[in-house]
Design a binder for this molecule. Structure first.
Ligand code: SF4
Length: 364
């Protein structure tokens, strides 16, 4: 097994950066899809080490940021009920809904609990048969297998007081939206390594071909990120519009076949609202007909809740790579991590939070 230290080795990273410098001959705009990668670039100071020809554009790959306001309001409505124990990843508690967040529901006496997985929520349901236990199932392809397992197990074990508020989103449809926009500036992509570890590379090939964009599937350590940039720049400089794997120690071409099978057992593709972006056709997963008894939207009859986004927040443009956080007039003034106006400031993976934390105030 190779030590993680290798992927943080300063000399190896510097060598890879030099290779990028030796390869690049013109300006290129590259989007890292994943919010975790956005943070890693800034945390390790890599954005300042890259040649000035490379502009990084931050993508929509933050599950907390893209969970629609409508679903946050539905979560708040369900969590406010006396018969409910509402369980969620911690980041979601601070996400602003239309007029409050899940923290304020808890402060007013709601039973809102932070969990680390849907399996933990299922255990809470087993331990509290007199309560309805709801899990806020957010996330990209990465968290979908575990969430699928929780409803499969609930059905198998006859756990009737468990349900899930499903907000799963899929990366490829969002890439189509970004690339087909007349305002698109993205010329190449770093694919999200953990998503591709589940789904594999195949569904990205038609995207690379249709829009003439190279895609390099990339990990999260400094060396992974720079090797992903290098691979993308090499393809851009050579007019190669392919999908390549810069993270082979984790990602296989076919992905994780067992995980994909579990996902399709419980979920089916559906249209999904993305916060700040809007409806993206077939960009989400919902529970299949045979698991609808575990669908919290149906169980608690919250399907009618509709909302409108804040007019100040430009997080939708940020999530599509059309604006940077410092271009928002509210950034650092009325919008801070302590008082977030939009989801990209709340989540630890959000671009606004990354710019705030690492002091990025301008281009360069
Ligand atoms: S700084 Fe705040 S208001 Fe502006 S885009 Fe980011 S989250 Fe929205």
């Amino acid at each position: 097994m190779i030590s993680k230290d290798k992927y943080r080795d300063r000399i190896l990273v510097q060598r890879a950066i030099q290779e990028v410098k030796d390869t690049v001959t013109q300006k290129w705009s590259i989007m890292e899809i994943c919010g975790g990668q956005t943070h890693a670039f800034m945390q390790y100071g890599l954005t300042d080490l890259l040649p000035k020809e490379i502009e990084l554009i931050h993508g929509p790959g933050c599950p907390v940021c893209v969970t629609s306001l409508e679903l946050v309001d539905k979560a708040i409505a369900i969590a406010s009920r006396e018969d409910v124990i509402f369980t969620s990843y911690g980041d979601m508690l601070r996400v602003p809904g239309s007029d409050k967040n899940l923290f304020s529901v808890r402060a007013s006496g709601g039973d809102v609990r932070v969990v680390y997985s849907s399996i933990e929520a299922l255990k809470i349901a087993r331990d509290n048969p007199g309560k309805q236990v709801v899990f806020f199932g957010i996330g990209f392809e990465t968290t979908a297998p575990a969430n699928a397992i929780s409803v499969i197990k609930a059905k198998e074990q006859g756990i009737k007081n468990y349900s899930m508020l499903v907000s799963h989103v899929r990366v490829p449809p969002a890439m189509h939206v970004i690339l087909s926009s007349p305002k698109n500036r993205v010329q190449g992509f770093l694919g999200a390594g953990h998503v591709c570890a589940v789904m594999g590379l195949k569904e990205y090939e038609p995207i690379a071909k249709k829009y003439n964009v190279p895609i390099s599937v990339t990990g999260f350590e400094p060396l992974d990120l720079i090797l992903g940039i290098l691979q993308t720049v090499q393809m851009l400089e050579n007019d190669q519009f392919q999908v390549k794997n810069a993270y082979p120690r984790v990602v296989k071409y076919e992905g994780n076949i067992q995980a994909k099978k579990i996902i399709s057992e419980a979920f089916i593709e559906c249209d999904r609202q993305w916060r700040g972006i809007g409806l993206i056709p077939m960009s989400g997963w919902k529970l299949r007909q045979e698991f609808q008894a575990f669908d919290a939207e149906i169980r608690f009859n919250v399907g009618h809740i509709q909302t409108r986004e804040s007019e100040i927040c430009i997080s939708g443009l940020i999530l599509q790579g059309q604006k940077k956080p410092f271009e928002c007039p509210a950034f650092r003034t009325i919008c801070t991590p302590q008082n977030p106006l939009g989801a990209t400031m709340v989540s630890s993976e959000g671009a606004c939070a990354a710019y705030y934390r690492y002091g990025k105030e301008s281009h360069g």
